[in-house]
Design a binder for this molecule. Structure first.
Ligand code: BGC
Length: 471
């Protein structure tokens, strides 16, 4: 498989089969899904975030055994930390501080222990994403997961107590911020916990309160007016800062996306030179990406779906309707991040029809999309900042949910075209880097880019299933 347009339907189906086989083969006897079986820094570890999406991809396939084993592993691992959660809650109740090091881990060894290698621990999104994935799996297959009730209650206690605390984001950066994609994952997870029907009444009420509070907080502080979105092609190699640390590095609030001053015609004109405005097509071909006048009222997201996007109907715009607002990387800034796509589809913090949902998908695609590949964020320097295969999956899912199957299919084809001769998908591809001068330091530190990355395969399965590629 070389280029996306050469990828046939049979190739797509074959890669889906290969993905199932590869994920099954690498699943630990414990039930854990390793993030990448061969990559030095991930070897021997399983992340809740990666695993939850891998499990959802696999749950959509015929055999529920693998994802059931994964969810049982999670229930064991999380259930075993019930006392840690009660202690944390008791400590904060006594007015004592808790630090990131006190919190539940981000990743676990395959046998479910904390592991001894240092990591950017304290990420809340994985716990929400697990609940979201578990609920879908249990409903789809009527699956019995041992330890489910205790584990779901523990995670719900944890998230309702700590959802407002800053933590590392999807990319394990910026521990001092409150990340909108993390809040979206928690929102989805708490809705799922309620839907699972195993919470006590006080826990259900706590979950409902947190869900409402997250929606209000995001609406008030995590939504920006669509402005000048800088595209990936506007960042010239060498302009990013020179830290060798993967930790927080200058996303400059307000520089990449300036709130205010919407001029939709010029916004359309700024689609990047690789044609990312609308997945590699020109603005003309997209027939007028337009912003709409919408108000974002507290409580709008999460519950009230179906607000028309962008003032004009999808028909009038050839299927492309932009919202005037978009979600932001963290509270109080104007920039976007690829992880925000999940807040629309599949987490549904905002629906694909809501102006904020429409605007978020459009802003991410226009700012971070490049020839169907998607960057994480413009300042990314990890392995030189390439395009992430799994983010193409999220963008494809959003197009599919919004009724644009052809665009979604273009993303699936691009994902498939990134597979190597053994049908393995990498974490990122390195052909069009944002910061090429930063690539080698990572190769020296951790070896070549992670491949296969099981999360890339999980996202491929989700999108392939959504598009009916799998028989
Ligand atoms: C990514 C995380 C991911 C982890 C394991 C990290 O480099 O930033 O999002 O969970 O790898 O795949």
């Amino acid at each position: 498989m070389t280029v996306g347009s050469d990828v046939t339907h049979a190739d797509l189906a074959l890669l889906a089969e290969r993905s199932v086989e590869l994920i099954d083969r690498h699943q630990s006897p414990s039930g854990a899904y390793p993030a990448s079986p061969t990559f030095s820094a991930y070897q021997g570890y399983a992340w809740l975030r990666d695993g939850a999406f891998i499990a959802e991809g696999m749950s959509r396939m015929a055999d529920p055994a693998g994802p059931s084993a994964f969810h049982a592993w999670c229930a064991r691992v999380v259930g075993a930390r019930g006392t840690q959660v009660s202690d944390l809650i008791a400590r904060t109740g006594r007015g004592l501080d808790v630090s990131p090091a006190d919190m539940l881990p981000t990743r676990f060894t395959l046998d479910g222990s904390n592991g001894t290698d240092e990591w950017w621990d304290h990420q809340l999104d994985g716990y929400g994403t697990w609940l979201w994935s578990l609920n879908l799996h249990v409903r789809r297959h009527n699956a019995e997961i041992p330890g489910l009730t205790a584990a779901v209650r523990t995670v719900t206690e944890y998230l309702t107590a700590f959802w407002q605390v800053p933590c590392y984001d999807w990319w394990e950066e910026h521990v001092d911020q409150r990340h909108v994609s993390t809040l979206g994952a928690i929102h989805a997870g708490l809705r799922a916990a309620i839907a699972l029907g195993v919470l006590t009444r006080p826990l259900t009420e706590a979950a409902e309160e947190a869900i409402e509070a997250i929606a209000i907080l995001v609406a008030n502080e995590g939504v920006a007016r669509l402005g000048e979105v800088i595209s990936s092609s506007d960042i010239r190699p060498g302009e990013t800062n020179a830290s060798t640390d993967k930790r927080p590095r200058g996303v400059n609030p307000g520089t990449a996306t300036q709130p205010g001053g919407v001029d939709t015609s010029s916004a359309v004109g700024r689609a990047n030179s690789h044609g990312a405005g609308g997945g590699g097509r020109s603005p003309e071909e997209n027939r007028g990406w337009v912003g709409g006048a919408a108000t974002v009222t507290p409580g709008g997201p999460g519950g009230s779906h179906g607000v028309g996007g962008g003032g004009r109907s999808p028909e009038e715009n050839g299927g492309w309707v932009g919202g005037e607002f978009h979600l932001t990387k963290w509270l109080g800034v104007g920039v976007v991040d690829g992880s925000l796509l999940a807040c629309v589809e599949p987490f549904g913090l905002y629906s694909v029809e809501h102006p904020v949902g429409v605007g978020t998908v459009a802003a991410v695609e226009r700012s971070l999309g490049d020839g169907f590949g998607v960057y994480r964020y413009l300042e990314d320097t990890f392995y030189g900042g390439g395009r992430w295969v799994l983010l193409a999956g999220f963008l494809g899912l959003n197009h599919a949910a919004a009724g644009r199957p052809e665009e979604a299919m273009a993303y699936l084809r691009w994902m498939a075209a990134q597979a190597n001769g053994d049908g393995e998908l990498p974490e990122q591809v390195s052909d069009r880097l944002l910061a090429p001068e930063r690539r080698d330091e990572w190769i020296e530190r951790w070896g070549p880019v992670a491949s296969p990355l099981l999360w890339s395969h999980g996202m491929y399965l989700m999108l392939a299933d959504e598009l009916g590629v799998i028989a």
